[in-house]
Design a protein around this ligand. Structure first.
Ligand code: FMN
Length: 242
């Protein structure tokens, strides 16, 4: 089988799809679905979202310099799609999707109560890139739903039914293949009855876990604060044209 060479395009998948909530004071808050989102720095905790100028949310983000990234789950997938194909110019997305606005602690923009994790973000830079402007932001606070925490305060986010976006389609995260550093971890005696299903690549070289990733894990742990659903079938063209 041969390989085809294509011109440059967006083929980095899967990515997170998130619901970004934002709002001006005295106006109803809005939600925009964003797939061009990412973690860009561990300390300070920073993220980016890229948004087209023509979005209703764009001016709100630019003026207020604030937004909340709300992680999505299987149960929020329909609403995520809806918020990505309807504009806040025309509809109240919170009301239409029966979502509850969650007051933030560090910023004025509210989060979405139904989301398992809400990242309160303060914009530090807006970088024009072309079709999109990238909003770089510091994560000032994170709200975690206690539903996913055990009695020791450990979060079990992977039990939440988190969703990824790939080539225009939404997927619930599937089988666990390993955990951070498993490729170099010392073998432990298997517990009776346990099943080991870790993925082993064929011929991949052993590589130590990166400092960034180790730091990220620690920072996330340190930052933890105690405090389907129908998958909508959006117009393919629209959903691909982020
Ligand atoms: C899965 C998905 C991902 C999207 N990702 C982005 C994105 O990263 N940036 C963007 O500007 N628009 C993105 N969109 C489109 C906007 O969410 C959509 O245009 C939305 O209606 C804008 O809402 P607003 O006009 O209320 O701001 C995405 C849509 C979907 C369905």
């Amino acid at each position: 089988m041969g390989k085809q060479y294509w011109r440059g395009g967006n083929m980095l998948y899967p990515v997170p799809a998130v619901m970004v909530s934002c709002g001006r004071p005295e106006e109803r808050p809005n939600i925009i679905t964003v797939a061009w989102a990412g973690t860009v720095c561990s300390s300070p905790a920073m993220v980016s979202i890229s948004v087209r100028k023509e979005r209703y949310s764009y001016d709100i983000l630019k003026e207020t310099g604030e937004f909340v990234i709300n992680l999505i789950t299987r149960d929020l997938t329909y609403a995520t799609d809806f918020c990505g194909v309807r504009s806040g110019r025309d509809v109240d997305k919170f009301a239409q999707m029966h979502l509850t606005s969650l007051p933030s602690q560090h910023i004025s923009a509210p989060g979405i109560a139904e989301s398992p994790v809400n990242l309160e973000c303060k914009v530090t830079q807006v970088i024009p890139l072309g079709s999109h402007d990238m909003f770089l932001a510091e994560v000032l606070g994170v709200t975690v739903d206690e539903k996913y925490m055990d009695e020791n305060g450990k979060i079990h986010l992977n039990d939440a039914g988190l969703v990824a976006y790939s080539h225009g389609e939404y997927f619930e995260l599937g089988e666990k293949l390993g955990k951070f550093g498993y490729s170099v971890a010392k073998k432990q005696a298997a517990k009776p009855g346990s099943v080991t299903k870790s993925a082993k690549p064929s011929g991949a070289g052993k590589k130590a876990a990166s400092a960034e990733n180790r730091t990220a894990s620690k920072t996330e742990a340190g930052n933890r604060r105690k405090s389907a659903s129908k998958t909508g079938s959006a117009d393919k063209q629209k959903s691909r044209r982020k």
